[in-house]
Design a protein around this ligand. Structure first.
Ligand code: NAD
Length: 298
């Protein structure tokens, strides 16, 4: 049994902390939202009154916070000052690569082991304990980090040194945003050309256009396996979340001097869709923007 401090009990962190408690670990949970802490307690965690109290005698500290500034401030102002030096620090939030590297350097300077370990998979995977973790850490620390993540994980992959987990996350999601837009455009064109969506699905699934956005997450209702398209684009991966990750990818590309024109176009299109009030819809709903039928989504 391990003493775990869990900071950030929102849509994702709530389910993840519950899985650590379910695995028999002692989970001291903190969130700025009292309601989130109450839900964690109902799921088997112990309430902490502050970050400092949660981490005071922790063996593992896990954070699941909204963005880079939250992670910088929670680690810089609280965790690195209050946790025992022996604690393993794991940030699972999706944040910018630079913040991940800054926090890792601060943690190393203070004598801690730290990992950036963002996840692929949404709220349902967080609840089911079937997230995919991509980890940036010293190679020597990876086995212990993998073990600590196990109750929340379907697969855990070492991406490289500090920041590599965040790099993997934003590169993967930029690819996903671009491939979803390409998939949507192809289905819209197929429709205009009189080609039935289910026929195109079968052919593209077995041809060189095959990709996850076609075969596993088809944006057209009634075609292929069940997806958010079959639920009026509710649930799934929210447009606002995709936009956040695309923004991170473009900021990183600008800083690194990488040319990502398709990623930039995807960011612009998702910003347009989000700006029309559809940030809460699944990201595959952008097919209605391309069809010129946004009214169908309201
Ligand atoms: P959320 O907004 O539901 O949860 C974040 C929680 O952090 C909130 O409960 C908030 O009160 C808490 N918080 C903020 N500042 C805090 C502080 N200083 N101290 C303690 N608690 C604090 O967000 P989420 O959907 O759970 O996402 C969390 C992270 O996971 C984000 O970085 C997101 O990009 C990433 N992510 C989300 C999804 C998804 O589908 N929701 C999927 C993959 C990755």
């Amino acid at each position: 049994m391990t003493r775990i401090a869990f900071i950030g009990l929102g849509n994702m962190g709530g389910g993840m902390a519950a899985n650590q408690a379910r695995a028999g670990h002692t989970v001291r949970a903190f969130d700025l939202s009292a309601a989130a802490v109450e839900r964690a307690v109902a799921a088997g965690c112990q309430a902490a009154a502050s970050v400092s109290e949660a981490v005071a005698d922790a063996e593992v500290v896990i954070t699941m916070l909204p963005a880079g500034p939250h992670v910088r401030s929670v680690y810089g102002d609280q965790i690195l000052k209050s946790a025992p030096k022996s604690a393993l620090l794991i940030d699972c939030s999706t944040i910018d690569v630079e913040s991940a590297r800054v926090v890792a350097a601060q943690a190393a300077e203070a004598g801690f082991r730290f990992a950036d370990a963002p996840v692929s998979g949404g709220v349902m995977a967080a609840e089911a304990g079937s997230l995919a973790f991509m980890v940036g850490c010293a190679a020597v620390d990876f086995p212990i980090i993998e073990a600590a993540l196990d109750p929340m994980s379907r697969v855990t992959i070492h991406a490289g040194d500090h920041g590599a987990g965040q790099a993997a996350k934003i590169c993967n999601n930029m690819l996903l945003g671009v491939s979803m837009l390409g998939t949507c455009e192809a289905f819209v064109l197929a429709d205009k050309l009189g080609l039935a969506a289910d026929r195109f699905f079968e052919i593209a699934s077995k041809s060189s256009g095959q990709c996850w956005s076609v075969t596993s997450y088809c944006p057209v209702p009634g075609v292929g396996p069940q997806t958010p398209a079959d639920r009026h684009y509710e649930g799934g991966f929210a447009t606002a979340m995709m936009l956040k990750d695309l923004k991170l990818s473009q900021e990183a590309a600008a800083k690194a001097g990488a040319s990502t024109p398709m990623g930039a176009q995807a960011e612009a299109l998702y910003a347009l869709f989000d700006g029309n009030g559809f940030g809460g819809k699944d990201f595959s709903a952008i097919i209605e923007l391309l069809r010129g039928k946004l009214a169908q989504l309201t």
